[in-house]
Design a protein around this ligand. Structure first.
Ligand code: HEC
Length: 696
């Protein structure tokens, strides 16, 4: 059915039957069409809660929205589902409402809890009907259930001071079953917004709203079993950290502990704060996925909403807690153990990232096949990352902008990094290994003395294939003060066929969201990973379940969104323009990748990393991905330096800078650039190519 036809229909008496049926675009009519209006009134009688609970949902663009982080003076949530004519009919009225109130600090969100609607279908509906309000996807229906949603086109007006729902009902009285007025007599939703802004009580609080019914199959679920259903989930997905002496602040060591923390457990699942696994589950398949499945989330949350009842005579959490032992080196005795410098973690406060180094004692190069961290103070260590440093840094700092090949990282539950069979990373003799260490105070002074164990391919069993790492990095970022969703873009041109094993997005306190795409040589694009909400506290590598084939001529594209507003609770200063820097109050755009060049063997090393680096700088500036630099794209410290010479750099007078022109200009600037490189972080912290024959 075309848009024009829907609108035409909606403005005639046929509206009433459409409203009741809600069958459009060939979609199956929902519950109401089969029933009667009487049934509708009954179903609509789900009570409205007094307040709305916090949640984090991603919208159709995979941008995360945490309700309680909103800085709005009033929030309006409108329920939506695809193919519902009354929602479509609302589009112009919603635009007008938004235009009137957005400037007064009112935030508008739509909520899709319809299980039949895919994210892509909703994105299309949003575009087709011109909704300029984020549509939040609620695939687990937890938000819709808590709000007591029964229909679409319902308006919930919320007061963020108290999270009270000040109004629930239709926009106004213009549309009703079987009739439609030219203008509204009662503008209930707008009145409620005015009242909420003014701190008054709304005149009408709860009105039956005409709209399409939404199916909530789990609204009433049978009694869920703690011992058979809930405990196994918590044991598998939470207890590695929430154990005695673990990093989690409480141990899930018994029913009583779980019950006591159950309201918090519900909250962290609804806000997607736990477990720490920040990629969206709908994009990509990852090895060692730590997230909960939708069924697991619903099981735990519904069990808690049932009052977290106990059953069974034995307590599986208590039994498992007694058996849990942490093995020091689960992969066996390492070939080399390196002790990280000890670090005194204070009882409270914020510890900035530490960048210790350990001098490499090897006198001959080795091929690494695995590494394991033995974390000494498990409660205090959030993560370790590592990278080879060719030269021992004079300042003793192992900053990641200087790193070459990675020796693996640590995140709780991921102590070991195992290279795939027959694949290794070359660790040359000499130099040092730099670490990034994130310590978090937990209420007690402790001294951490962690170590890393490295496993090498033995003499004579050198791996056939070479793991490499590089970074999609952008040190030209400029983040304006106060901006809540500032976007930056950078990419890498992939010069030869590549197998991509993992990606690891990294930003600092202002990082809000990030994603990672491949654009194939034919111009089609695929989203490989997305983080609707980036969490600085949790750094980890996301390994693809199967390595991805990236053909020569592709682009690997990363986007980051930064929240430099006051609403960002981690923002140290919302009044500053932020540029690239190592310190956490500066920013990074740094998606680390691990990959192999398909053609490369350890017997025949390639220079493909160098080829990839040749267009790296251009790809940092080139925000519109057209392969050249427009003047406006010259940003950041280096961009500001180059900008005055734009006309001179543009040798062929094409109005844009191509890579050859950029390289030529940098050559001319050579001397000056070398000076600068000593102050600023190197643009390309790529893996140094292992020297041919250096492996063995
Ligand atoms: C990788 C380790 C890890 C895993 C796995 C993990 N947690 Fe946590 N959890 C933590 C840490 C550390 C904190 C302290 C807050 C922080 O640092 O984010 C925490 C805090 C919490 C809190 C307290 C509220 C808060 O945000 O401080 C709850 C509740 C919780 N976790 C529940 C869970 C549940 C439920 C699971 C499994 C579904 C889980 N956690 C899995 C490490 C973990």
């Amino acid at each position: 059915m075309t848009k024009a036809r829907i609108l035409a229909l909606a403005t005639t008496a046929a509206l009433s039957s459409l409203l009741l049926g809600c069958a459009a675009d060939g979609q199956a009519p929902n519950a109401l069409s089969a029933g009667s209006p009487v049934a509708a009134v009954e179903t609509a009688a789900v009570a409205t809660p007094a307040t709305i609970d916090n949640f984090m949902l991603a919208d159709t663009d995979y941008m995360g929205h945490e309700l309680y982080r909103s800085g709005a003076k009033a929030i309006v949530i409108i329920t939506q589902s695809n193919g519902c004519p009354i929602v479509r009919n609302l589009s112009p009225a919603l635009k007008a409402l938004k235009a009137k109130y957005e400037g007064q600090g009112v935030e508008f969100l739509m909520l899709n809890s319809a299980i039949q609607d895919s994210r892509d279908a909703v994105a299309k509906e949003k575009a087709d009907y011109g909704f300029d309000i984020p549509i939040l996807m609620d695939p687990n229906q937890l938000v819709g259930e808590q709000l007591g949603v029964t229909r679409t086109a319902e308006f919930f007006v919320i007061d963020p001071k108290t999270w009270k729902i000040t109004y629930r009902g239709p926009l106004d009285d213009r549309l009703d079953y079987g009739s439609q007025k030219a203008t509204a007599e009662h503008t209930w939703a707008a009145d409620a917004i005015e009242a909420t802004l003014a701190g008054r009580q709304a005149m009408a609080a709860n009105k039956m709203s005409p709209g399409c019914l939404v199916d909530f199959p789990n609204r009433k679920v049978a009694k869920i079993s703690y011992s058979k259903e809930v405990a196994p989930i918590l044991e598998k997905k939470c207890a590695a950290c929430h154990t005695e002496g673990g990093i989690g602040p409480f141990a899930m060591s018994s029913y009583e502990m779980v019950k006591g923390f159950s309201p918090m457990i519900r909250e962290v699942l609804r806000t997607d704060r736990m477990p720490p696994w920040n990629v969206d589950p709908h994009v990509g398949k990852f090895a060692d996925d730590k997230s909960l499945t939708p069924t697991e989330i619903k099981t735990v949350v519904h069990w808690i909403e049932q009052g977290a009842p106990r059953d069974g005579t034995t307590d599986p959490m208590a039994v498992a807690a007694k058996k849990r032992v942490v093995q020091e080196f689960p992969l066996g005795k390492p070939d080399l153990i390196l002790a990280l410098p000890t670090y005194k973690v204070p009882a409270s406060g914020v510890v900035d990232y530490q960048r210790p180094i350990v001098v490499n004692p090897l006198t001959e190069g080795k091929w690494v096949k695995a590494s394991t961290y033995v974390v000494n103070q498990r409660q205090a260590v959030h993560h370790f990352l590592s990278g080879y440093l060719k030269d021992i840094p004079a300042d003793g700092k192992g900053n990641e902008s200087r790193w070459g090949a990675s020796m693996g990282g640590y995140a709780v539950g991921a102590e070991s990094t195992l290279w795939p069979k027959n694949v290794g990373t070359y660790l040359p003799p000499g130099g040092a290994i730099g670490f990034q260490a994130h310590y978090t105070p937990f209420g007690k002074d402790v001294v951490d003395a962690s170590k890393i164990g490295l496993y090498f391919y033995k003499d004579g069993e050198k791996p056939g294939l070479v793991m490499r790492n590089s970074v999609v990095v952008d040190n030209t970022i400029v983040i304006p003060p106060g901006e809540a969703r500032h976007k930056e873009t950078a990419y890498l041109n992939v010069p030869k066929d590549m197998l991509l094993y993992s990606a690891f997005p990294h930003a600092h306190y202002r990082g809000y969201a990030s994603d990672f795409w491949v654009e194939y040589p034919d111009g089609t694009k695929k989203l490989l990973l997305t983080m609707p909400r980036y969490d600085f506290n949790w750094q980890r590598e996301y390994s693809f379940a199967e390595p991805l084939k990236i053909p020569a001529g592709s682009k690997l594209i990363a986007h980051y969104w930064y929240d430099n507003s006051k609403q960002n609770p981690a923002n140290p200063d919302a009044s500053k323009t932020i540029v690239w820097g190592d310190q956490s109050w500066e920013e990074m755009f740094y998606t680390a990748i691990r990959y192999r060049w398909t053609e490369e063997t350890s017997a025949k090393l390639t220079n493909y990393d160098q080829l990839m680096d040749e267009t790296r700088l251009l790809a940092m500036f080139d925000d519109n991905l057209d392969g050249k630099i427009q003047k406006a794209e010259l940003k950041g410290e280096l961009g500001d330096k180059l900008s005055p010479y734009f006309a001179q750099m543009d040798q062929d007078k094409s109005g844009t800078i191509e890579n050859a022109e950029l390289m030529a200009a940098l050559k001319v600037m050579g001397g000056r650039r070398r000076d600068q490189a000593q102050q600023a972080p190197a643009p390309a912290p790529a893996a140094p190519a292992p020297k041919a024959g250096g492996g063995r």
